[in-house]
Design a protein around this ligand. Structure first.
Ligand code: OGA
Ligand code: NI
Length: 365
């Protein structure tokens, strides 16, 4: 039944509503199954794509740390503007080693190229989403996205379980541990920058996220070649539910599109850049000074694409609400408090749905 809606107050279901099909196993056919065909308004060509030269802002992070105060101020302002106007930016010289970025991506590519039975051993369920998956949301009859993924927890340490990470290729667990360690460090620096730019104490956002007890998880997206890329999406339009996302894109294949007003801009990644975007929790904490912006992924018929989305999240049982310092009589709190645990149930049940969730949280004033 197309119109069945899960009840959001229910607990996570233990299993998928339909048998799982790995998108990778469909990429050698000539036509895609009906359930991957998006309605016309959602198809890649429906709304205009802005001219190919436009790109999201590019930030040289090393400008913050040279000791040159004027350069630091300019760099802070560039990040501030990017957070307010785009919700998205690319960062180079972020401190994560380029070789580590490449080896992390290649280890995951090798995982997705293992025989199907190796991957199936890690098949996930909607109870936790950890492991090898092929859909987001449990709405029966939903139109699905053209991607498979792997989802794992890095923080809190209590949720980190190497047995739930792939054993093959053999380098993967070690590489992902080191990669995650360095990305979390970069994320901590970004949190300070965002707090300072909002006029808050440097540790204010990090503390709101739980200090050292943040959540951090990795979703590796695998977008197989698609025989009819005009009819499908690799990942439907959504905003990220968490705090902040630090994305390592494919170095050869574009695909990520960011909404700017009424058009889509295809991100052109700089070499060894991270793509950073604001998630819903920072939109809430900043009382909407920073926007969590919609984005989606398009696919193509020639090349597979792989990306590593690292989610830097609040500790899951803390209430997240607009920072008191940013709430004034002229700018009342726009959102009611909610824990991230409760918040992310929405996307886990309903799948990616634009910005409908954060908008539904707007407090009735
Ligand atoms: C995500 C995401 C973009 C990409 O995983 O939330 O938006 O380029 N990924 O894969
Ligand atoms: Ni996303």
């Amino acid at each position: 039944d197309q119109h069945w809606e899960p009840n959001l107050s229910m607990n996570s279901p233990l299993d998928w509503p339909e048998p799982i099909v790995r998108v990778q196993s469909l990429s050698d056919t000539n036509v895609i199954p009906d359930r991957y065909i998006k309605p016309p308004p959602e198809r890649p060509s429906f709304s205009p794509t802005i001219n190919a030269d436009t790109n999201i802002p590019l930030i040289d992070f090393s400008g913050l740390f040279t000791g040159d105060e004027a350069l630091r101020a300019t760099t802070l302002e560039q990040i501030s503007e990017a957070c307010r106007e785009w919700g998205f930016f690319q960062v180079v010289n972020h401190g994560v080693k380029p070789e580590l970025m490449d080896s992390a991506r290649e280890a995951w590519r090798q995982f997705f190229h293992q025989p199907m039975q190796v991957k199936q051993a890690y098949a996930n369920s909607p109870a936790t989403y950890e492991g090898y998956g092929s859909r987001l949301g449990v709405v029966k009859g939903a139109v699905l996205d053209w991607s498979d993924y792997y989802y794992l927890h890095y923080l809190p340490c209590s949720l980190r379980d190497h047995k739930k990470w792939p054993a093959l290729p053999t380098s993967l667990r070690e590489v992902i541990d080191e990669y995650s360690r360095q990305v979390v460090k970069f994320g901590g620096e970004l949190m300070k920058v965002l707090a300072v730019n909002l006029g808050l104490a440097e540790d204010r956002l990090q503390n709101a996220f739980g200090g050292d007890d943040i959540g951090a998880c990795l979703r590796v997206n695998f977008y197989p070649r698609c025989p009819q890329p005009d009819l499908a999406l690799g990942l439907s339009s959504h905003s990220d539910p968490g705090g902040m996302t630090i994305l390592l894109p494919d170095q050869h294949v574009p695909g990520l599109q960011v909404r700017k007003d009424h058009s889509w801009i295809t991100v052109k990644p700089a070499p060894h850049a991270f793509i950073v975007n604001i998630g819903d929790q920072i939109q809430v904490l900043s009382n909407t000074i920073y926007k969590s912006v919609e984005h989606r992924v398009i696919v193509n018929s020639n090349m597979e694409r792989i990306s590593l989305a690292f989610f830097y999240n609040p500790k899951s049982d803390l209430l997240i609400e607009p920072a008191k310092e940013l709430v004034t009589p002229e700018k009342p709190a726009l959102y009611s408090p909610m824990t991230f645990d409760e918040y992310r149930r929405f996307i886990r049940l309903r799948g990616p749905r634009g910005k409908s969730q954060v908008e539904s949280l707007t407090s009735p004033r």
